[in-house]
Write a protein that binds this ligand. Structure first.
Ligand code: F0G
Length: 390
């Protein structure tokens, strides 16, 4: 097992504290595929079931993974990552990432975050008994996420700037602070997140035609793709899904690059109601583009209105409350089906990345508040007659 640069192929030891190659390229973990076990029997599904694919020896765990998969419509499935311990898919990354930090003997961990990474890292570092520093963009983080980071005892610092600026500070400060970076630039975090692919296959017992993922930094889409590729390399599956990334229109640098070609250019002022993916300069842009290209997939953007409509649909028609970013895949699916880019007979898995309770404000702002009446049956009957679903 070793680390390899995705740009120049240079190889590094797994024991180095290193996040990118000397050429500037992103690193990935190469596991020993000849040593993995075929555990894909549809039973006892939890992240650590796939331990032979996971490149760490320690285990800091809160019981992550094993999240439910629901059928929404004919051939359309939703993997509910909001069911993880801190309410988002980040827990898959953090159980492995924080375990790696412990393995390396690190006493401190650090991240920049739009909220979920912060909440998750705060919880796992509390469990591991190490110090946690979290930098968040001031005013642009959902309240649920902020409260999680605080209650778990992280040192939370708000930055006057956006996520991209906060991450820049983290990258520059980590060495001096002797803190291990647990943003998705860290290839070991993605080793946890790739288990989403293993679970999808283990639960469905087939490989879907497409997997649709909301994209911010681009770590998760590349991690899930890696998971599918490893299963194929290990001879467990013999087909691969198309990877489809959805960005919010106001924060869609990867969609722009995919559609217009040319060099990667960041969005200077990303803006969207889906604060989790309000990212203009995705650190993993190269891995994300590679996942899309290799899988013959695509990238598409959706508007804030489309995201919020999809969020309401998931909650009111299917009983699944997700945060805005996590509704982007359903909004994207509708758009892509309309233009024929996804066919009616394709099996599709949508990744719902985070729980709706992370960001209750967004719901309360949009939907009308509940009605206040006196404690009277007559008054109750009168108001119920006015309700659509009464
Ligand atoms: N969905 C949710 C709910 C997220 O919190 C994030 C990223 C993404 C999707 C995008 O994933 O970055 O791997 O492409 N949240 C990060 C954070 C940036 O700080 O919590 P990605």
């Amino acid at each position: 097992m070793y680390l390899r640069c995705i740009s120049c192929g240079r190889i590094y030891s797994k024991d180095e504290v290193i996040y990118s190659c000397c050429c500037g390229g992103l690193l990935e973990v190469v596991i020993d595929i000849d040593k993995v076990e075929d555990v894909f029997d549809g039973r006892d599904i939890t992240l650590w079931k796939y331990k032979s694919f996971i490149p760490v020896s320690k285990r800091i765990s809160l019981g992550e993974g094993g999240t439910p998969i629901y059928k929404l419509y004919n051939r359309i499935y939703l993997k509910n990552e909001g069911a993880n311990p801190t309410g988002s898919f980040k827990d898959r990354g953090m159980t492995v990432g924080v375990s790696k930090a412990i393995e390396l003997g690190m006493k401190r961990v650090i991240c920049a975050s739009t909220g979920n990474t912060a909440a998750s890292l705060a919880a796992y570092s509390a469990r591991a008994g190490i110090k946690c520093y979290v930098l968040v963009p001031s005013g642009k983080i959902a309240l649920g996420k902020l409260s999680q980071a605080i209650i778990h005892g992280a040192n939370v610092v708000q930055i006057k700037g956006n996520f991209d600026e906060a991450l820049d500070v983290v990258m520059k400060a980590s060495r001096e602070l002797e803190a291990y970076i647990l943003n998705s630039i860290n290839p070991f975090r993605l080793e946890g997140q790739k288990t989403t692919a293993y679970e999808i296959y283990d639960q469905l017992r087939f490989v879907p035609d497409a997997v649709i993922v909301p994209v911010g930094n681009g770590g998760n889409i590349s991690a899930i793709w890696k998971g599918f590729k490893e299963m194929k390399e290990a001879g467990i599956i013999n087909s691969l899904p198309r990877m489809i990334g959805i960005q919010a229109e106001g924060a869609s640098p990867l969609v722009r690059m995919f559609k217009e070609g040319g060099e990667f250019r960041p969005f200077e002022r990303p803006e969207t109601v889906a604060t989790a993916i309000r990212i203009g300069n995705p650190v993993n842009w190269m891995k994300a583009i590679r996942a899309v290209m290799e899988s013959n997939g695509l990238l598409e953007s959706v508007t804030d209105e489309e995201i919020l409509a999809a969020q309401r649909e998931l909650a009111s028609k299917h009983g699944v409350f997700v945060e805005p970013a996590s509704a982007a895949p359903l909004a994207g699916l509708k758009k892509l089906r309309e233009r024929g880019a996804i066919k009616e007979d394709e099996n599709v898995v949508l990744i719902a990345t985070g729980h709706g309770l992370k960001d209750p404000d967004i719901v309360i702002q949009q939907l009308k508040p509940t009605i206040l009446i006196n404690a009277s049956v007559d008054e109750l009957k009168r108001v119920l007659r006015g309700f659509r679903n009464g």
